[in-house]
Ligand binder design. Sequence first.
Ligand SMILES: Nc1ncnc2c1ncn2[C@@H]1O[C@H](COP(=O)(O)OP(=O)(O)OP(=O)(O)O)[C@@H](O)[C@H]1O
Ligand SMILES: [Mg+2]
Length: 233
Amino acid sequence: MYEVKKLVKKFDKVKVLKEIDLDIKEGEKIVIIGPSGSGKSTLLRCLGRLESPTSGKIYFDNKDITKIHNTHEIGMVFQSFNLFENLTVLENITLAPIKTKLLNKKEAIKKAREYLKQIKLEDKENNYPADLSGGQKQRVAIIRALMTNPKVILFDEPTSALDREMIEEVLNLMEDVAKEGITMIVVTHELNFASNFATKVIFMDEGKILESGSPKELFNNPKTERLKEFLKG
Ligand SMILES: Nc1ncnc2c1ncn2[C@@H]1O[C@H](COP(=O)(O)OP(=O)(O)OP(=O)(O)O)[C@@H](O)[C@H]1O
Ligand SMILES: [Mg+2]
């Protein structure tokens, strides 16, 4: 699905991503871990086409998307939810599919209500994001991402702004989404979740992928000192 070749991203003169090579197959559940500043968000933003690479190539389903922006095939969920505060829950969820003409208004509302029911927020459709808890906001952000039928969803620390009891409800919804077979790439510090969820874990350090493999390989048998240190916390 994704083929990343020698991806470099510089901010000013600082190389934040250093020739990243990465292959991601359809249906994979990738978890990216690594210390603060190692380039996890920058990599995700490049994959999501929110950031243009300085050099290198990104292919998505064999299409060169290095320079193309905006595709509904790639969904994103952020740490800070990024819901529109001036729109109701229902408006937030139906905005993109209507705007991109993927669904008409009636279809979008029907689909949105099904999803709201699934996350048990059907009575909140006319509320504004400010009325919701952090966990509820994040679950709305996830179903919003699903509304455009993306082939892949990129999650950047989706639970790190949440209290413990809300983290579980968001992680559970992510597990449900995973069962649909959709490809997911998740930056997270939740290592327990990572070890149950991931088909592959990627450890980044200083703009490079230092190790990648199954959760068992990385968590039980780290090869580099950097990963050993990181796992000790
Ligand atoms: N827009 C930007 N302009 C300049 N520097 C940036 C920009 N975005 C990120 N950086 C720098 O790039 C480096 C990698 O940042 P990035 O946000 O990708 O790290 P991260 O691994 O996601 O860290 P964290 O775990 O703290 O979220 C950092 O040194 C950061 O300061
Ligand atoms: Mg980050």
